[in-house]
Ligand binder design. Structure first.
Ligand SMILES: Nc1ncnc2c1ncn2[C@@H]1O[C@H](COP(=O)(O)OP(=O)(O)OP(=O)(O)O)[C@@H](O)[C@H]1O
Length: 216
């Protein structure tokens, strides 16, 4: 799904990471670990085309995505990527349903109405019947579960999750990781930047960003 080859990132004279080489396949969950400031988010942002590496390639279906033009970036984000942030990244003043509909619309033109419906996704994350509630009335854990339901509706081939459980209690953390695992079992590739040992242990492989190597 994604092949990262000899990737490096520098800011002026500072090298954040170099020689990062890793593969994430469909059905696989990869944890990115390392101390605060080691560059986990920056690496995720490079894979998600929100930032550019200084050298190296990131290949998806044979193409180096770091060389994509604006149209290709837009299509990659729309058709391939799903993001899950610690900050949830929801539209605060809108309802739960409206936040999920954002993910449904582009898919309708691509795949008809097949796939997980808004109601099914909310049911799976334990928020059945909460469609009409405003996001800012929900707790942090509930907001992250809405973000997760949005991903289930979008069904991306690649999920990039930046500390998705950083603000959650253990029960909510388990829900989030269980559902990411289900998405991965259904063929999605998942990359998670995390400080949480529980999350790390639930992944198939662990990449240490500050050591530029897979952890045995
Ligand atoms: N545009 C930029 N210019 C200069 N330095 C930057 C820029 N973007 C990020 N950095 C620096 O890169 C370093 C890595 O940041 P990043 O957020 O990727 O680390 P992290 O491992 O995700 O940290 P944390 O675990 O605390 O979230 C930080 O020291 C940050 O200040």
């Amino acid at each position: 799904m994604i092949d990262i080859v000899k990737l490096s990132k520098t800011f002026g004279t500072r090298t954040l990471w170099s020689d990062v080489t890793a593969t994430v396949s469909r059905g696989e969950m990869l944890a990115l670990v390392g101390p605060s400031g080691s560059g986990k988010s920056t690496l995720l942002n490079c894979i998600g085309l929100l930032d550019k590496p200084s050298a190296g390639t990131i290949r998806h279906e044979g193409k180096d995505i770091t060389r994509f033009g604006r149209g290709e970036i837009r299509r990659f984000r729309r058709d391939v990527l799903g993001y899950l942030f610690q900050s949830y990244a929801l539209i605060e003043n809108a309802t739960v349903a409206a936040n999920l509909e954002v993910a449904v619309k582009p898919q309708r033109t691509l795949r008809g109405n097949a796939g997980t419906t808004v109601a099914e996704a909310l049911d799976r994350v334990g928020l059945a019947g909460r469609e009409k509630e405003k996001i800012h009335h929900l707790s942090g854990g509930e907001q992250q579960r809405v973000a997760l339901a949005r991903l289930m509706v979008k069904k991306p081939a690649l999920v990039l999750a930046d500390e998705p459980t950083g603000a959650l209690d253990h029960a909510n953390t388990t829900v989030v990781i269980d559902i990411l695992r289900e998405m991965s079992d259904a063929g999605c590739a998942v990359v998670i930047a995390t400080h949480d040992d529980y999350v790390r242990d639930r992944c198939d492989a662990v990449y240490s960003v500050h050591e530029s190597s897979l952890v045995a």
